[in-house]
Write a protein that binds this ligand. Sequence first.
Ligand code: ATP
Ligand code: MG
Ligand code: FE
Length: 351
Amino acid sequence: MLILGIETSCDETAAAVVSDADVGARLRANLVFTQLEEHRLYGGVVPEIAARSHLERIDALVAEALREAGVDFADLDAIAATTGPGLIGGVMVGMMTAKAIAAVHGKPFVAVNHLEGHALTARLTHDLPFPYLLLLVSGGHCQLLAVEGVGRYRRYGGTIDDAVGEAFDKTAKLLELGYPGGPAVERRARSGDPRRIALPRPMVGRPGCDFSFSGLKTAVRHALGKLESVTPQDRADLAAAFQAAVADVLADRSARALARFQAETGQSGPLVVAGGVAANATLRARLSDVAQAQGTELIAPPMALCTDNGAMIAWAGLERFRLGAVDGLDFPARPRWPLDSLSAPTASTPA
Ligand code: ATP
Ligand code: MG
Ligand code: FE
């Protein structure tokens, strides 16, 4: 089975071809064009610029992905694309491209929820059966969910304010570390002392599995305000303090969720992390400790498959398609589309 996947929901234009071969032989092509330079000047993603840029590149990127995979449109079993959630202009570009290919070549179209793409990525790279506990940490989302199957998500908790990626990006801006924020904070934190400046640990020790990050960002602003002049070492120390606080919060919440998951399923784990922030090495190390302390392991996709890519969309499309899901060409683009509102694919999924 060969699936083409298209991703255009934010600032990465991406196309990939995946197969249902054994782990290790599934990725036939995975091309990502990042629009970083086009948005850097504005310090964030500009939706209109993103949509136009997706439109300019998507056709060539799809052609290149097919070439690299050594396949033609005729060889594909289905065409998958992100239909939400995300910036609607960009989502439209990728979704319409996929629908046009499907219509012209007489192939099934599969609508993919971007978050389900993140949620199932670990099954592309690992032999990972359901269920598992998922910590989804990305630019727009921060959630803990029990993943019971394709389309079957039970939410344990989520952020009550900012997403964790958003907190990284805003903190990077405050610290003037450049764009994009997450990788910049991680890089600068390496030369910082996480203990010099004390930051709060919002929600730690509280019942439930919710998160809060806006107070942490405000605490960074206050700490900056107290410094007479801000030196590069101050920035490094604050970046390290922020990253350590985020890791503590995510570790505490994940430990709680894991205990609940174990009680509910009778299974020890595993704990799976996904989304752009899962590329953070400090976080991965902490989560691995949490999993081990509770008798299980952490499974994390390789860094390049944590941030947005086409392979995750092609793979989620494959998982849905092999369960019988096909979507109509009238399937709508959805700016908002929560993971726990999905349902398991059935042989005749309505649009
Ligand atoms: P969503 O998936 O919620 O719709 P998105 O697609 O924009 O949002 P992703 O591409 O999954 O988000 O992740 C991007 C986020 O990950 C950004 O906020 C970025 O700062 C963060 N990020 C990327 N690399 C790292 C890192 N090494 N450390 C911390 N954060 C990181
Ligand atoms: Mg991005
Ligand atoms: Fe994403």
